[in-house]
Design a protein around this ligand. Structure first.
Ligand SMILES: NC(=O)c1ccc[n+]([C@@H]2O[C@H](COP(=O)([O-])OP(=O)(O)OC[C@H]3O[C@@H](n4cnc5c(N)ncnc54)[C@H](O)[C@@H]3O)[C@@H](O)[C@H]2O)c1
Length: 279
């Protein structure tokens, strides 16, 4: 290996990724596999998990790809997965808290727009927070505690968003012909969860620092994934680089943040958003 990349090497390490069957989960996994890690892909979506494993196996040794159904909102399932992994002698060295419920913003003509704060349903507030924020807490509690206890340490990476540092620009989601109070918006839960993850990151970073557990957050900007032209044009105009991210543009950050290459980085929120949040 080129000497410049030695600190990025994750050979012999195991990384567990939550929400691994989604758009970015598979990219995180590909990045960590490329660095030599074994990955444990966890999600609630059984069929997408199997498809993710199959696609990753095209470029990596399938023996380094483990899949586990795991609901981050349920402590009993997380503990069961942790136990199962421990029983097979697998230590989790890296935890990537990535799972989220990210409801797409869309309006139904003439129907009360429940994404709006005035009407936002309590059950949606609770179900989104329990996955995006409580889930990260529970996984950190289970896997972080194990990392801290055996004296080896590890890395926790929380996947936040550019909306952890700026408010959503609700003009992005406007639909023609709808009254102001019927316009769809990015829901309040998203901002609360992502800012909460940054708080959790700082807490964890100091809590287990003397046990060798580092915690950081990665805040990606929006990834282009076939969104409507009008939306993309509006969003592009808010980004100094003039475009949304490609889905593989966070891979190198994952490799840096989850390895010894970032050994002195702790408690930070790394915002990679094409410059959106500095405008
Ligand atoms: N895609 C983007 O543009 C973007 C931008 C900024 C931040 N992010 C963040 O990156 C992360 C990944 O985003 P994505 O676009 O891949 O989302 P995604 O919706 O494609 O994937 C999320 C995954 O989480 C899983 N999930 C949902 N509930 C779960 C639960 N209870 N337990 C376990 N898994 C569960 C889903 O099944 C899904 O596979 C999220 O935290 C998201 O907020 C994404």
């Amino acid at each position: 290996m080129n000497k410049a990349f030695e600190k990025f090497d994750l050979t012999g390490k195991t990384a567990l990724i939550t929400g691994a069957a989604g758009l970015l989960g598979v990219e995180h996994a590909a990045a960590l596999l490329e660095s030599g890690a074994t990955v444990v892909l966890t999600d609630i979506d059984d069929s997408n998990l199997a498809a993710t494993r199959a696609s990753l196996s095209l470029n990596a040794d399938p023996e380094r790809i483990v899949v586990q159904l795991m609901d981050v909102s349920r402590l009993d399932t997380i503990q069961a997965v942790a136990k199962k992994l421990a029983n097979t002698g697998r230590r989790i060295d890296v935890l990537v808290n990535n799972a989220a419920i990210d409801p797409k913003v869309q309006a139904d003509l003439g129907v009360l727009e429940t994404s709006r704060l005035e009407y936002f349903p309590l059950d949606q507030w609770e179900s989104q927070l329990v996955v995006g924020l409580t889930g990260a807490f529970l996984c950190s509690q289970v896997f972080g505690t194990a990392m801290a206890r055996d004296g080896v340490g590890g890395v926790i990476l929380n996947i936040a968003s550019d909306l952890s540092v700026v408010a959503p620009d609700q003009r992005l989601y406007r639909k023609k012909g709808l009254a102001c109070d019927m316009q769809p918006v990015k829901p309040v839960t998203y901002s609360v969860i992502k800012a909460g993850l940054v708080g959790l990151t700082r807490y964890l970073a100091t809590y287990w620092a003397d046990s060798g557990v580092r915690a950081n957050a990665l805040s990606p900007g929006g990834v282009f994934n076939g969104q409507g032209e009008a939306f993309v044009q509006r969003l592009n105009s808010l980004i100094p680089l003039g475009r949304m991210a490609k889905r593989d543009e966070y891979r190198a950050a994952l490799q840096f943040l989850c390895s010894d290459a970032s050994s002195y980085l702790n408690g930070q929120n790394i915002v990679i958003d094409g410059g959106r949040s500095v405008w």
